[in-house]
Design a protein around this ligand. Structure first.
Ligand SMILES: [Zn+2]
Length: 279
């Protein structure tokens, strides 16, 4: 009996927590035009473009198009909130990783947000994941992930630390958000809906606005610290980027895919970590 009673109390406490969390999420999402737009610049990086379609060979929905559409919507939302916004591309053109980084690094008091969608040969793979590299980027990553994963019907694959070239070479807080798997039929269907892409843009914008507050509110429970997120393996992209062409993008995607495929079993991740370390 006593045990049952405490079980009920715990359930109620759980419900209350969920209720509060939902309310605070809703409150933060609806707080739109105010905030700290004062002087920061947001550099928005729509992944891939031009001859670099993104994704994997044979993928039906072109990643580059989805990335660009979400990026343009994000630009509109943030501009309306008073942010200065810079796009690394605003049309279907190829921009090298080095050029993207150079654009980002031309701004001080700025943040860099890369928009991507995921792909893998396994159609069941799904979910939202958000990457950062430098410690300074973690609050932004946590905030963007909190809103995007909270606002999307997809699985939450977590905030991850990985040395993608665009995250490692940028000198401002930089985050790469993977907005779902275009190789997953359900998530590809979502991505093809304009209202869903608008929702993604709205949630990313909420993360930009909340970058200094989300981590604080949930610092010990909901949001990971840099120490608690191990650096994930990657293939050094500085070498491929020097050759500057489509090849670099492809190997970027290939390395990403490889990690994603191996990200479930801890053993293979660890093996990949030792194999892929930056030289
Ligand atoms: Zn991509």
């Amino acid at each position: 009996m006593r045990r049952n009673f405490s079980g009920i109390v715990l359930s109620l406490a759980g419900l209350l927590f969920i209720h509060l969390a939902c309310n605070s999420h809703a409150a933060k999402s609806s707080r739109s035009s105010s905030g700290d737009s004062s002087s920061i610049t947001v550099v928005i990086d729509a992944g891939h473009g031009g001859r670099d379609r993104g994704g994997i060979p044979g993928q039906r929905v072109a990643e580059k198009d989805m990335n660009l559409d979400v990026a343009l919507r994000l630009r509109n939302v943030l501009s309306a909130s008073g942010y200065q916004v810079i796009m690394t591309r605003s049309t279907d053109v190829f921009v090298s990783l080095a050029e993207r980084v150079a654009i980002a690094n031309a701004y001080r008091n700025a943040v860099f947000v890369c928009i991507h969608f995921n792909a893998t040969g396994r159609s069941g793979a799904s979910g939202i994941e958000t990457y950062f590299y430098s410690r300074d980027s973690l609050p932004l990553a946590s905030a963007i992930h909190y809103y995007v994963a909270g606002g999307a019907p997809s699985d939450n694959r977590g905030v991850r630390r990985r040395g993608y070239y665009v995250l490692r070479k940028t000198s401002i807080p930089a985050v790469l958000v993977e907005c779902g798997f275009l190789t997953n039929p359900t998530e590809a269907a979502y991505a093809q809906s304009a209202s869903y892409r608008q929702r993604l843009a709205n949630e990313i914008a909420a993360g930009v606005r909340g970058r200094n507050s989300v981590g604080r509110g949930f610092s010990t429970t909901r949001v990971a610290t840099a120490e608690s997120i191990p650096l994930q393996p990657y293939i050094d992209q500085t070498k491929v980027s020097q050759s500057s062409h489509g090849k670099s993008k492809r190997s970027h995607k290939k390395s990403a895919r490889k990690k994603k495929n191996s990200s479930k079993p801890a053993g293979s991740e660890a093996r990949a970590a030792s194999a892929d370390r930056e030289g």
